[in-house]
Design a protein around this ligand. Structure first.
Ligand code: FPP
Length: 242
């Protein structure tokens, strides 16, 4: 077995990834698009395990956006089937690697079968201590902020008064308040946009893009992104330390 690569020196606490390019990866190989999604799901496992190994605390992956419902029904059905298969097949690896599973998005709009797999995976991995891996499913960043505003308004109505609202307090209404800061956002597939992903959470994230299609991503590319992240100076609006 080849030796595992050393972990990069400065590992971001929270990495988020827009896994783009599955379809183009398949097309360039003369394969049907669903083969690209299958290869993409295999890369999800590789990168999740590597992130846990090197000490990333949170990994959030954009697996299905609120806008992805516009795709042909056949592709959506395939992605949902793949997701169910992935979740059932992944539980042993999540347990072995100490990874807690979570999901964010308008999950109640997913099918009961997908929901059941999500719930089961969340339940069995609940106590795992090493890293939280979150799939964003039926997720949109603006929708998340609107859902948070609705939840806030609901609380205010119940209490009969509008409480003081700070950014930190508002963040408590997001889908996963503990994941409110992304350190490094990676996008594969060559486009330079954020596509409605984690809009609140990426306020101060470092952005990193690669032309590689998601199934061609690799542990080496992940390390390159992290090395680049470690060299950047994050000032959060302040001045550099001299
Ligand atoms: C973008 O590729 C990717 C998606 C729409 C979803 C991401 C899905 C996976 C990585 C596979 C399934 C994941 C799990 C966790 C089971 P695209 O189809 O937009 O590619 P294109 O831009 O080349 O058409």
């Amino acid at each position: 077995m080849p030796a595992l690569p050393a972990a990069p020196a400065h590992v971001p606490r929270h990495i988020a990834i827009i896994m783009d390019g599955n379809g183009r990866w398949a097309e360039q190989k003369g394969l049907p698009r669903h083969k690209g999604h299958e290869a993409g799901a295999r890369m999800v496992r590789t990168i999740t395990e590597e992130c846990a190994r090197i000490g990333v605390q949170r990994l959030t992956l954009y697996a299905f956006s609120a806008e992805n419902w516009k795709r042909p029904k056949r592709e959506i059905d395939f992605l949902m089937k793949l997701l169910k298969r992935y979740l059932a097949g992944e539980r042993p690896s999540l347990m072995k690697n100490g990874i807690r599973f979570a999901a964010i998005g308008r999950l109640h709009e997913l099918s009961p079968e997908v929901l059941a797999e999500l719930e089961k995976t969340k339940a069995v991995t609940r106590e795992n201590p090493k890293m939280t891996m979150t799939l964003a499913l039926n997720y949109g960043g603006r929708g998340e902020i609107v859902d948070a505003a609705r939840a806030f308004a609901g609380d205010a109505l119940r209490r009969g008064k509008v409480p003081e609202l700070t950014e930190d307090e508002f963040a408590r209404y997001l889908y996963d308040p503990a994941a409110a800061e992304v350190d490094l956002l990676i996008r594969t597939g060559g486009d330079h946009r954020v596509s409605n992903f984690l809009l609140w959470e990426i306020s101060y994230a470092e952005l990193w893009f690669t032309k590689d299609y998601w199934p061609d991503f690799s542990v080496a590319t992940l390390h390159a992104a992290i090395d680049d992240f470690a060299r950047r100076e994050r000032r959060f609006g302040g001045l550099a330390e001299r």
